[in-house]
Design a protein around this ligand. Structure first.
Ligand code: ADP
Length: 300
């Protein structure tokens, strides 16, 4: 896992304050966040031996983030400690409407050194056939990860979030891309509204050397486009209460299933179940299911 580590500071109030206003809120939580850390937790809960490659600062939040990763069995020996603050996401949730807004400050994530990432990937390669990556770390880190994975023959799964334009070289090193509809549109310019348009957007990635495209569509399921054609996989029927981290739960579970050598349709089914279950609980990392929870859900 190469990616961001942050601490989510969430306040809830209703209504949320307007600029210049102060309101008294009703709840405050401090939990591990960042797409990288969430996906590492998701992969570990799905049963994969997971190594986190990222950076924290030298502040009290660093300990909180590392303890939370360790608690889920994630190996943090390749997490760098850099000067300054750990990344934070300041999240405000309207307790009545559920709407939120987020300010993510990368801090230490911006100081993750590409050379260190390459070193970590080379060290972990013999036991880590699959590498997960997102876009909350600097472009140089994304490039170094893609190059090193291509060099070592590792399967790189890129969740291109938050979406941004990337050099062609990155896509050539990506084995699996798993954008959601918005990310697919920002990157490919194709608006995704049904299976046909999802397939068109997926072609954009395939044309650039990506082997499999798994386009996630929330409650509308997943469109998978790759060597065996196009498959539209319906979402599991759940009653969502908070969709935060559904994509992270999905990506982590998918990476873990591929690393375990599960058949592709089985891997996709487990990922879809993990994504669906994540929507049935509040919060980001706290909502990510374990392998046992996915098993018992799939057994019905
Ligand atoms: P992201 O969080 O990156 O936007 P999605 O919302 O597309 O990602 O969710 C990822 C996957 O999680 C979906 O492809 C689907 O399998 C599952 N999922 C997400 N939302 C729901 C939902 N409301 N009902 C059932 N499954 C869902």
């Amino acid at each position: 896992m190469v990616g961001s580590i942050s601490v989510d500071l969430t306040v809830t109030a209703s209504p949320l304050p307007r600029p210049g206003e102060t309101v008294v809120g009703d709840r405050f939580t401090t939990v591990l966040g960042g797409k990288g850390a969430n996906q590492a937790v998701a992969a570990a809960r799905a049963g994969a031996a997971t190594t986190m490659v990222g950076a924290v600062g030298r502040d009290p939040f660093a300990g909180l983030a590392l303890d939370a990763l360790r608690h889920d069995g994630v190996d943090v020996s390749w997490v760098s400690e850099v000067e300054g603050a750990t990344g934070v996401a300041h999240i405000r949730v309207d307790s009545r409407t559920g709407e939120n807004d987020i300010v993510f400050v990368p801090e230490a994530n911006g100081a993750l050194a590409p050379a260190r990432v390459e070193e970590a990937l080379r060290a972990a390669a013999p036991t880590s056939p699959v590498v997960l990556l997102q876009l909350e770390t600097p472009l140089e880190v994304v490039l170094a990860t893609a190059r090193t994975c291509a060099d070592l023959g590792l399967r790189l799964a890129l969740d291109p979030a938050p979406a941004s334009a990337l050099p062609e070289e990155v896509w050539a090193g990506v084995w699996l891309a798993c954008p959601n509809e918005t990310e697919a549109e920002v990157i490919t310019g194709t608006r995704v509204s049904d299976v046909r348009s999802a397939e068109r957007a997926a072609r954009w990635f395939l044309d650039r050397g990506v082997h499999q495209v798994v386009l996630t569509r929330g409650g509308r399921g997943t469109v998978v486009v790759g060597p065996s054609g196009t498959t539209d996989i319906p979402a599991f029927g759940v009653t969502p209460i908070d969709t935060t981290a559904a994509g992270d739960a999905f990506a982590g579970a998918l990476g873990a299933a591929v690393a375990a050598g599960l058949a592709w349709p089985v891997a996709l089914r487990r990922a879809a179940a993990a994504g669906a279950l994540a929507t049935t609980k509040h919060g980001a990392s706290p909502s990510i299911p374990t392998a046992a929870e996915v098993d018992s859900y799939l057994k019905g």
